[in-house]
Design a binder for this molecule. Sequence first.
Ligand code: APR
Ligand code: ZN
Length: 364
Amino acid sequence: MKAAVLYETKQPLVLEDVDLDEPKAGEVLVKVGAAGICRSDRHFMHGDARINLPAILGHEGAGTVERVGPGVTLTKPGDQVILSFVPACGRCKSCLAGYSNLCDLHMATGPFMLDGTCRLHKNGQDIHHMGKVACFAEYAVVPETGCIPVSADVPMDIAAMIGCCVPTGVGAAVYSAQVQPGSTVAVVGCGGVGLNVIMGAKLLNAAKIIAVDIRESQLEFAMKFGATHSVNASDRDPVAQVKELTGGLGADYTFEVFGSAETIKAAYDMSAKRGTVTVVGIAPMDTEASFNAVDLVRNEKTIRGTYYGSARSRNDMPAMVELYLSGKLNLDDLVVRHYGLDQINQAYDDMDQGEVGRGAIVFD
Ligand code: APR
Ligand code: ZN
């Protein structure tokens, strides 16, 4: 099958034919329908995050089940499925405690399948599976717990979004921060994930939702998803601007959705007394972020991280699908660019250029 392979960081992905094994016990072969262009893949391409190489990236995907391996009961051939990049084992401490987004076995096996081996190869060499999804390819073998059946009424590109940016962003507001009605929210970074944080805050009836970005186009676009105010961080200190918009108080809930020490500090500094700072963005490895230790105590602030929006894929993705189908999540306006797999390097360049909204690779 055709796939885009990362052999070396800071080099383009290589489009080539690779071998894919049949699904083993508990695994499923999926024909990929769509794959989202997310910054998390870019972190691996740039070397800001580490993955065993060579690897096939792509962790925001959806497709159609082609064949299932022995013992599979959660899905069947013909099902349209959303792919989860944390296919949970259901048995570890994290899964049992209800945090399947942090599944211990998944994290321990990283870019290998849950049994610690690869299904992807080229000339006898293993190719690793990003998030056990690896959907920058025509087909993917994934654990059955990473397949979330979805109604065929949901377009493939939108189903793919529900595989990453929707749960990550909406979940950060709904499950992690649990934004209260009437509160003020500031979202630093309004790309694909940040727009979903905005939608989550709107869903919970936040009164004021302040979009913060360095690009005017993203700020304008954010208004379609529920932002009520915007702050251009390239003009003037975003912290001062958010304080001005909140009567000097700062925002009750702030979200960092880019991934850098600077934006984490800004999100912290613009939060109000008893405010909650939620860090969504993945900063380059080894990044240390700082905040004033006295301010933390005297103002009783809370700072927390969120991974996959604290969402439990098999439970919460179907809920996101219902929110979309009932018109409560504007995912139709989210995907603005479509590409073929052979245009994948272009798709990432467009993201770097600051194109608004989300791009998606579509397969026929
Ligand atoms: N201040 C505010 N916004 C910024 C800044 C800054 N200093 N620097 C960049 N941005 C904005 C960009 O202009 C862009 O709109 O942050 C946004 C990032 O959006 P994308 O590149 O589309 O990234 P996205 O896919 O949304 O991911 C965001 O979440 O899941 C993680 O790994 C992911 O770290 C990444 C983050
Ligand atoms: Zn992602």
